[in-house]
Design a protein around this ligand. Structure first.
Ligand SMILES: Nc1nc2c(c(=O)[nH]1)N[C@H]1C(S)=C(S)[C@@H](COP(=O)(O)OP(=O)(O)OC[C@H]3O[C@@H](n4cnc5c(=O)[nH]c(N)nc54)[C@H](O)[C@@H]3O)O[C@H]1N2
Ligand SMILES: Nc1nc2c(c(=O)[nH]1)N[C@H]1C(S)=C(S)[C@@H](COP(=O)(O)OP(=O)(O)OC[C@H]3O[C@@H](n4cnc5c(=O)[nH]c(N)nc54)[C@H](O)[C@@H]3O)O[C@H]1N2
Ligand code: SF4
Ligand SMILES: [Mo]
Length: 692
């Protein structure tokens, strides 16, 4: 052991939702080693390739280290270094100018996957500035399951991996690669080792399929049909939890009549899953107590996300798996500051009426703006003009559906500023670019606001280089310039203390402990009922008419209509080596996955003259990209699985680092959107392929 190495306990972050406890070795302000912490509350020693490579983000020579202002035309890649003071003043002047001319709401505040406390400081910044428009990716990430959950049963039903389940259903969740919401698969793997059964619902044979009792190779975009088919069998065969249904559900008779239309034979035709397997799965789920559904991203990657989430919560409810240990639960937070108080929601009382989404009739409680609506406002001033954009922790040029539309919209903005670690396709279109400090370089709190009932300590390990600032500090200083200074602190770390205050912990003690968890309390409904208008789980929504929602979950149609010119169904899967579009510039990760890959079944490859490793043209009605063939029988011959998030940091700034070449979102469109969440079709899209 090297005696000069100082070991610091922290948690991994900003490589996925985070969660693994780490022991980080530091020498001369540089991280020299990372290990999984065996005492980790979630990971118990586990660490993945991304976690091990995470320190390399900090030391890359191409990292942004100084604020930059655009010289020359937008997107030309000509920048001048400026001081922090000048950068912040430039941003403030422009945002205030737009506010005075068009109103505060004409400035959007952009963010991507929640990464840490900065996510909530951004919302606070927007609220204090007076803009109701936070543009985020929630339309395709978690809002459908969280908000549909709240409308249906009064809470967001998360998978409880902390207590033993008889059966786990991985429904479109590739958890060994994605570590969804920090529910590290070590917890799941531990359960599987001790006899928990497993069902996988996924068009691809994922890694965990090997350990599964059943694999339902579903046709992409038909998850609601499957869930309704399972309900049909469970109700027809009286396998449901009669006591729970009787006492705690509303609208069971209507659901019973409604699901008669989803006979497993018909559902089999829609989903491609054999009728017998649908029946056996229904029986298996209903007879396993407790059973938990770990739901993944694809349920909200198409326009029917609301219907899918409704059907799945109904399934959990009728089988008595809601609010029980080892089922789908309401995770209670530890005593920490509530989100509303932190973001000062009280200072923007008209938000709901003023936000862009108000004119689109989205579901109540959905408080971020779907990117499709934001771009419509920029391009067509519908419902009003959007002129300014402040964005951090996101790369919309890659992450939002229809990248060409994103490009056009960003080119039309009056002013935009972007904070990132690296020059990205999005940052390259900004007027001011700010160098952010990142994980390991400042004290942070993980999992705040994510609904899993705990927060994790991410104490600082090293100092940030040169002029890199944590986003919280950037916004603390910008906030003083664009809103009333009284709401901002002398020291930005006060935000962390504010969150912890009700717990009685200061950051130091919190960091020592590593995490704070809320109480395990189950079956609260037995005392208090469910927090819905009827006090019960609303299998039929009592508010359907009032909010213009379908009262019962329905399968209306496929996400896209069949079109013989586009005979294959396109999906994407997150790479285990990258976070969305992030970190293609980290050498250790790039070595593991140097090129964008498209998975194609051997029969389909042969039919289209495609060979292993060859360049493949993928085309949809919206656009065309190329990726490299990976021929595999892990997926259905009718399904194509492409990589998402690809741009080329080694490329040319003038062409936004080849943002068009392999970028999956060139293939997606915002023409069709789900009504409730403004969700576009990211998966389940008609495509065709050919060798290049
Ligand atoms: N087609 C398709 N589209 C998708 C998805 C999909 O599966 N398919 N997934 C969707 C989902 S689930 C999500 S959540 C979104 C994600 O969308 P985004 O969050 O926009 O995705 P990223 O590409 O990871 O962009 C994050 C950026 O933040 C930067 N960054 C990292 N750490 C920091 C930091 O500390 N400070 C600052 N300022 N910047 C930092 C990274 O360098 C990177 O450029 O994409 C959605 N879009
Ligand atoms: N390595 C890595 N980890 C990540 C991320 C990352 O970018 N990279 N992103 C993080 C974020 S923000 C999120 S939201 C989570 C998401 O984590 P996941 O929910 O696991 O996300 P995906 O990889 O998009 O999709 C999971 C699975 O859905 C399957 N699938 C595709 N279409 C369908 C369909 O129509 N129905 C069904 N049932 N399955 C389908 C795919 O084959 C894939 O195996 O991951 C987080 N973790
Ligand atoms: S699984 Fe996620 S939290 Fe754990 S080491 Fe990997 S990237 Fe970090
Ligand atoms: Mo996400």
């Amino acid at each position: 052991m090297d005696d000069d190495i100082r070991w610091v306990k922290t948690h991994c972050a900003r490589m996925d939702h985070g969660g693994c406890a780490l022991r980080v070795g530091v020498k001369n302000n540089e991280i020299v080693q990372v290990k999984g912490d065996p005492d980790g509350f979630l990971n118990q020693g586990y660490v993945c390739a991304k976690g091990l490579a995470s320190p390399d983000r900090l030391t890359h020579p191409g990292r942004l280290k100084h604020p930059l202002i655009r010289k020359g035309n937008r997107g030309e890649g000509i920048w001048e270094r400026i001081s922090w003071d000048d950068a912040l003043n430039e941003i403030a002047e422009n945002l205030i100018r737009i506010k005075e001319t068009h109103g505060a709401k004409s400035v959007g505040f952009g963010v991507g996957m929640p990464k840490g406390l900065d996510h909530f400081v951004l919302i606070r910044l927007a609220n204090l500035f007076g803009s109701p428009n936070i543009i985020a990716s929630q339309d395709v990430c978690h809002a459908p399951r969280e908000i549909t959950g709240i409308h249906t049963c009064g809470f967001y039903p998360v998978a409880d991996f902390h207590h033993k389940s008889k059966l786990v259903v991985l429904w479109g969740s590739n958890i060994t690669s994605t570590n969804e919401e920090g529910e590290i698969c070590s917890l799941l793997l531990k359960q599987l080792r001790s006899g928990t059964e497993l069902i996988v619902v996924d068009p691809r044979r994922i890694e965990l399929e090997k350990q599964a009792d059943k694999w339902l190779q579903i046709r992409p975009g038909t998850d609601h049909a499957l869930a309704l088919g399972l309900l049909n069998v469970i109700i027809e065969e009286s396998l449901y939890d009669g006591g729970f249904v009787e006492q705690f559900t509303y609208g069971f008779e209507e659901l019973r009549d409604h699901v008669k239309a989803y006979h497993p034979r018909k559902v089999s035709e829609i989903t491609w899953i054999p009728e017998s397997l649908i029946r056996e799965t229904a029986r298996h789920y209903a007879r396993s107590k407790p059973a938990v559904i770990q739901w993944g991203n694809p349920i909200e990657h198409n326009i029917h996300s609301f219907e899918i989430a409704r059907a799945l919560v109904s399934l959990m409810a009728v089988c008595g798996n809601l609010d029980v240990p080892g089922g789908n639960v309401q995770a209670l937070d530890p005593p920490i500051m509530g989100l509303g108080q932190f973001v000062r929601a009280d200072l923007i009382p008209e938000k709901r009426k003023e936000m862009i989404s108000a004119s689109h009739g989205v579901i109540p409680r959905f408080m971020t703006i779907p990117p499709a609506f934001f771009r419509k406002a920029i391009l067509y001033e519908d419902p009003y003009p959007m002129k300014g954009f402040y964005a951090m922790c996101c790369n919309p040029m890659m992450a939002w559906a229809d990248s060409r539309q994103t490009y056009e919209a960003f080119m039309k903005l009056d002013f935009s500023a972007v904070a990132d670690l690296f020059m990205t396709p999005t940052a390259s279109l900004a007027d001011v670019v700010l160098p952010a400090a990142s994980h390991f370089e400042f004290d942070d709190i993980g999992h705040y606001g994510l609904g899993h009932g705990y927060i994790l300590a991410r104490p600082k390990v090293v100092d940030p280089p040169e002029e890199c600032w944590p986003d919280i500090k950037i916004m603390n200083e910008l906030g003083k310039r664009i809103s009333s200074a009284e709401y901002w602190h002398d020291d930005y770390n006060r935000f962390i203390e504010d969150v912890l205050m009700p717990s009685g912990f200061d950051y130091c003690r919190f960091a020592e402990k590593g995490y704070l968890k809320g109480p395990d309390s189950f079956e609260l409904h037995k005392e208090k009922g469910f927090r819905t208008p009827t006090g019960k789980v609303e299998l039929k929504l009592s508010t359907a008419e009032k909010f213009n929602l379908s009262p019962l979950p329905e399968f209306k149609e496929l996400p896209e209509s069949d079109d013989a010119d586009y005979p294959y169904i396109l999906i994407s899967t997150k790479s285990r080596y990258y976070l969305h579009s992030s970190y293609r510039w980290v050498g250790k990760l790039r070595e593991k996955r140097p090129h964008p890959r498209v998975e194609i079944h051997p029969d389909t490859a042969a039919k289209n003259g495609i060979t292993e490793g060859g360049e493949v043209v993928i085309e949809t009605k919206t656009g065309r990209i190329t990726q490299f063939a990976c021929i595999t029988d892990t997926l259905h011959p009718g399904v194509i699985n492409a990589d998402y998030g690809w741009w080329f940091p080694e490329g040319n700034a003038k062409t936004q680092y080849d943002w068009e070449r392999a970028n999956y979102n060139i293939l997606t469109s915002t023409e069709k959107l789900g009504k409730e969440f403004g969700t576009p079709n990211l998966k389940g899209i008609g495509c065709r392929i050919r060798a290049k």
